[in-house]
Design a protein around this ligand. Structure first.
Ligand code: ZN
Length: 145
């Protein structure tokens, strides 16, 4: 939740047109108050708000129109890690995905993994060389050099 409804901005040449289109009477160098939701999405102004989950105060910049959801970094991290855990929770689904991948690879290439083909091994090797990661590639147990 955002603490404030309005914010002071100073007009500059990059934002004048945006705010004039929103209906504000602003000139270069003018300091005016605008509705927070009219703030240009690319703004770097820091805005105080409360996390909807833990009520901790933190700052946000840029787009304040976040579908009404405000989460601090800690809460976002927890939610993200929970989502990732849930993705891999159902092992039967991952088994289905692996089997489908094997079937698709067998249909397309005649083997269950494209890495069993010399063409893909060479292509991977060239990608590592192009990216300057040859040393990293050679340290890998699955080295194809
Ligand atoms: Zn939080």
């Amino acid at each position: 939740m955002i603490k404030i409804c309005e914010i002071d901005i100073v007009g500059n040449s990059k934002t004048l047109k945006y705010y004039r289109d929103k209906g504000y009477d602003i000139n270069h160098g003018d300091k005016i108050s605008i509705k927070l939701y009219d703030l240009i999405p690319t703004s770097s102004i820091k805005i105080d708000c409360y996390c909807d989950i833990c009520n901790m105060c933190y700052n946000i910049t840029g787009n304040v129109n976040r579908n009404g959801l405000y989460r601090c970094n800690n809460c976002s991290k927890i939610i993200r890690s929970d989502k990732i855990k849930n993705l891999h929770k159902d092992l039967s689904k991952s088994e289905v995905i692996i089997n489908k991948s094997k079937k698709t690879n067998t249909d397309r290439y005649g083997v269950d993994s494209p890495m069993k083909l010399d063409f893909f091994k060479k292509k991977l090797k060239n990608s590592f060389i192009d990216n300057g990661n040859q040393q990293q590639q050679c340290n890998n147990n699955h080295c194809v050099c």
